[in-house]
Write a protein that binds this ligand. Structure first.
Ligand code: ATP
Length: 449
């Protein structure tokens, strides 16, 4: 029942991770049986748990543990004026180029490194033959109702935050909040990305968790610093290590025209350093524009000084899918156990792990009491039951799924009322009394653990 001590590790290669994700049901192509659809992904039984745990963790830290943040869940489709006011209809575009030879399409700022697959022999550098850049709007359109005229056009939201601005007055009054305070939401966003790639990193449908924090103009720097620090703490807390995390401040010419400062949180993916979250000082651009386009006053009056002002907005916007991918890259390891044996494991933070524990009876004859333990634990957590195959193989299956604890019910358990709990990373085992198992897990797998 004991494991040999691990001696070696390897860093993840994207193809190994992608293969594990498909094989174990974390993430795989949408519409796989039709050959897939570019830029769309499905989360399987383990993936949906990981994603839900990450969202719950974010919600816990950003909304529930604070007096100054309220949550909402708005519709994906909003009044089309929303996207005119936000500037998306006019400006939300990327420059795009086509290769005249291979007919592939790229973002002008993300040209391929590899040679053109169709380049003629006489082209010395075998590069693509690009057209001039053209502007390509990234918003996905749809039509509402039976008629197909211009008035029926609507957009699948390109970011979740716009409804936070349009709902600002309602939420502030309903929740009886005063400035400074924030509104948060998690939800789907859609972008018609020219070149979806790097697994789920750049998708056409993805989830964002966004916070818009409204403050007085005199306090914008202070809140920017506060939220930058909070968000970095969060990323460290979920298990992204210091050597894989960095911040990158936007240069003056990179900033959106309305933004005062912006910092990206970047993770070191196997394909390089890339953004997982943006922290932006958006000024009063959004509330002012929605005020102007709707004709409603979205300003506030300070109850003490009677000053009337439009609040400034500090935004934190994290991609749930990108963070899930970062977590998987960070957690993936292959250990050499000696004697030609290896194990693949996901060292996921236990609060995020899809399965918290697996109950493994040593023999099918022990199914009844093991099932009883499983029934008790699953009332609270996602707990797996597995009585098939030898115990070593069952451990390996759980290691690969990132399950932090395996609980083995053996023949001694009936005598001494104890089970063996094996910890995933160290493979250390200890005997725990049956009636103490729930408490043991509670201390180790819940949010603050
Ligand atoms: P990029 O420069 O990579 O296109 P962005 O700066 O446009 O990203 P934002 O508009 O700031 O991204 O969105 C905030 C977050 O939403 C990003 O940090 C990222 O985690 C996530 N996100 C944005 N676009 C995508 C996408 N196409 N697929 C997956 N996640 C995305």
């Amino acid at each position: 029942m004991s494991d040999a001590k691990a001696s070696e590790e390897t860093t993840p290669r994207m193809e190994d991770l992608v293969s594990l994700c498909a094989r174990r049901g974390f993430i795989f192509q949408s519409s796989e049986i039709y050959g897939g659809i570019n830029g769309f992904w499905d989360y399987g039984p383990l993936g949906v748990e990981l994603k839900n745990n990450l969202k719950a963790f974010w919600w816990q830290r950003v909304v529930r543990e604070r007096d100054d943040v309220e949550g909402i869940d708005s519709s994906i489709i909003a009044h089309p004026r929303t996207w005119e006011a936000s500037g998306h209809v006019e400006h939300f575009s990327d420059p795009m180029v086509d290769c005249r030879t291979c007919k592939r399409r790229f973002r002008a700022d993300q040209l391929p490194d590899e040679p053109c697959p169709e380049a003629p022999e006489d082209r010395a550098d075998r590069s693509c033959d690009f057209t001039d850049p053209r502007s390509f709007n990234l918003m996905l359109q749809t039509q509402i109702g039976a008629s197909e005229d211009a008035a029926s056009i609507a957009y699948l939201r390109a970011e979740t935050c716009q409804s936070i601005f349009t709902d600002f007055k309602r939420v502030r009054e309903a929740a009886r909040q005063k400035i400074p305070f924030g509104i948060a939401q998690i939800g789907k966003a859609f972008r018609n990305e020219i070149n979806p790639r790097n697994f789920t990193f750049r998708s056409r449908e993805f989830e964002q968790a966004e916070l818009e924090f409204f403050c007085h103009p005199s306090e914008r720097e202070k809140w920017f610093e506060h939220w930058l620090e909070e968000r970095l703490r969060f990323h460290r807390e979920i298990g992204l290590t210091a050597e894989n995390l960095r911040t990158r401040a936007h240069a003056e010419d990179e900033l959106a025209h309305y933004a005062k400062q912006a910092v990206d949180v970047e993770f070191r993916f196997p394909f390089g350093w890339q953004e997982i979250e943006g922290i932006h000082d958006r000024g009063d651009w959004d509330l002012s524009r929605h005020g102007e386009y709707s004709g409603k006053d979205l300003g506030v009056t300070d109850p003490e000084t009677k000053e009337h002002f439009v609040p400034m907005v500090i935004e934190t916007s994290v991609g749930i899918d990108r963070t899930c991918l970062a977590l998987l890259c960070q957690a993936y390891a292959v250990e050499d156990l000696g004697g030609g044996e290896t194990r693949t494991l996901l060292r996921l933070h236990s609060a995020l792990a899809p399965i918290k524990a697996a109950v493994l009876p040593l023999s099918k004859k022990l199914a009844e009491p093991a099932r009883e333990l499983h029934r008790e634990l699953r009332r609270r957590w996602n707990v797996f039951y597995d009585d098939a195959g030898n115990i070593g193989r069952r451990y390996r299956r759980q290691d690969e799924a990132g399950t932090p604890f395996c609980i083995t019910y053996d023949f001694d358990s009936q005598e001494d009322g104890r089970v063996t709990v094996r910890e995933r990373d160290s493979m250390a085992q200890e005997r725990v009394a049956l009636d103490a198992v729930a408490g043991y897990l509670r201390e180790r797998v819940e949010c603050g653990a």
